[in-house]
Ligand binder design. Structure first.
Ligand code: RIB
Ligand code: CA
Length: 314
């Protein structure tokens, strides 16, 4: 079986962390690179966190790239109130020692899509700045994108950073517009689906009970991370957004959705970053996205448990 080549573009972030750890434990996926973007916390921290996660996974040779430090047009908005000052609050992880790749993340994305022998899947789980800048630098790279499977957006659920917008899209709505209009096949895991699969304390404790460095650190991250959403939504457990992208690649049958036209608001400050979903095709605008709207939540957490349970990797 040939592993599927992917690039994970990320702003770790505890939920990004579980997505990365799940991907690195999955031989079905060939993680060509982890590209970091400013989002949950400033770029210097997302880069540091990505390296700490690769070392936690026992993968100090995993290429990690430094990307864009701010959105294309707007001023950076971060989310320390959710993820903590470090962006990865919860565990005490050692300072990273692995080297960073020399190439800029945008150049790596362009070069990889120009030269990789088969189409590459892009997996953005943060603001879309790096992806959009790569498309602007060389629009022809879209021809070698197999899919863009992203975490972002909200429609039926409403926003989580403003009433209208989900964080990843809100931070860089102009990048989101560039991506959603580039013509590549897009699969969007929005809040509409991530809010259907909430963590439970029992599940987090089952991860801690793995007793491994990855299991314990993951549980410490998630225990910290879920407190915000539990308080916000008054729920027992919070959504675990980003790993849905990786679980979809591993077991797509866990998910269901609909091909729809999605447009990004970039004009009104009140609705900036809103993903407007033409669910009933009332505009006749051509569909540009598979909007995921259903998930087998038990199956999702089964996949995460099974993959996290593979650590330490041999
Ligand atoms: O709105 C949730 C998204 O914003 C997730 O990707 C989370 O990590 C933050 O980046
Ligand atoms: Ca993220």
């Amino acid at each position: 079986m040939n592993a599927r080549p992917i690039i994970i573009d990320t702003d770790p972030g505890q939920d990004d962390a579980i997505a990365i750890l799940t991907a690195l434990a999955s031989p079905e996926l060939d993680v060509l690179g982890i590209t970091c973007v400013a989002g949950n916390v400033p770029l210097a921290l997302t880069v540091k966190n990505a390296r700490m996660l690769c070392e936690l996974a026992g993968k100090p040779d995993q290429p990690v790239y430094v990307g864009c430090s701010r959105p294309m047009v707007r001023t950076l908005v971060t989310a320390e109130h959710v993820h903590g000052k470090t962006g990865l609050d919860g565990p005490e992880l050692p300072e990273p020692t692995m080297a960073l790749a020399d190439e800029h993340a945008v150049d790596f994305i362009v070069d990889t899509l120009r030269n990789h022998p088969e189409p590459v899947t892009l997996c953005p789980v943060g603001p879309l700045t790096n992806i959009a800048m790569a498309i602007v630098k060389d629009p022809s790279i879209v021809e070698n994108i197999r899919e863009i499977v992203l975490m972002g957006g909200a429609w039926k659920e409403g926003g989580n950073i403003t009433p209208a917008a989900e964080f990843n899209i809100y931070v860089d709505p102009h990048a989101a517009h560039t991506v959603f209009t580039c013509g590549a096949p897009i699969v969007a895991h929005s809040l509409d689906v991530t809010h259907l699969a909430l963590m439970t304390d029992e599940w987090i404790e089952s991860i801690r009970a793995l007793g491994t460095a990855v299991g314990v650190a993951s549980a410490e991250m998630l225990a910290f991370y879920e407190r915000f959403d539990e308080e916000k939504y008054g729920s027992n457990g919070g959504p675990l957004h980003d790993p849905n992208v990786i679980a979809y690649l591993l077991e797509p049958e866990l998910y269901s959705g609909k091909h729809v036209a999605v447009t990004i608001e970039t004009g009104s400050e009140q609705t900036m970053g809103q993903t407007t979903v033409d669910w009933w095709n009332v505009t006749d605008v051509e569909a540009n996205c598979l909007w995921i709207s259903g998930v087998d939540a038990d199956g999702f957490y089964r996949v995460l448990s099974e993959r996290l349970g593979r650590y330490p990797l041999t």
